[in-house]
Design a protein. Sequence first.
Length: 256
Amino acid sequence: MKIINAQSNTFSIDRFTAHSGDAWCIVGSNRSGIEDFFQLVSGQDTEVTADQLELPENMGVVSFKNQQDLYESELRKDDTDFLDALDPGTLSREFLGDIETHTALIEALGMTACLDKGYRQLSTGQSRKLVLLSQITKGMSCLAVQGPYDGLDLQSRAELDTALCHLHRQGVLLVIFVHNMEDIPSWCTHAGVMAKGRLAFQGHRENVIVSLEQEFCKGSADFRASARELKDNLQPGPSTAVQTELVCLKKGFAGY
């Protein structure tokens, strides 16, 4: 992968190269241009001019969009209303390519027992690993992964991190995109930071990790506040204030 002097209306990349066996982690806030860079690396941005733009032909993409598309597709196929039991959805094995060749990889990712489960029976972490496997078992040797840890609990996050590390050790070129410094995995070989529409800093992880954090803080930060900060800044109000009831939920449940 090689990108030289790539520009669009929203971002610019002077130089970025990634080789087979590398594990890159790009970090940036929501407004840093990181989403545009992901679109470029994953081959989805057609409005970019560049002196040189070489992307792998067998690039696999794991994005919020393709995960949402898969989820919505499974919802449309849900026949629970017409069955006497919950419709489990499409079997996991049907999303994969050459299963026999990748038996060891599937086992290493802890997904062997999930092959005969329906998609709707999988946890969020399992469904994300399934999307990764669907790319690898179809011959992809390079993966661009958007926000792999977002929305996962600690156990699912650890499992997915182990899965990505395993893919890296198998020689898969990884380029993952995260929004927090804490999400930079310990096993990645290279790291970079997007700030103000530019790839502002990059290099070998062990050489740049300290400078990377300083550069990241210079960018346009997303809103952040700890519970302690919110409590300390809470303005006292009159104790007799009437609170308007917005929602009343009885014998129901809520989720996201």
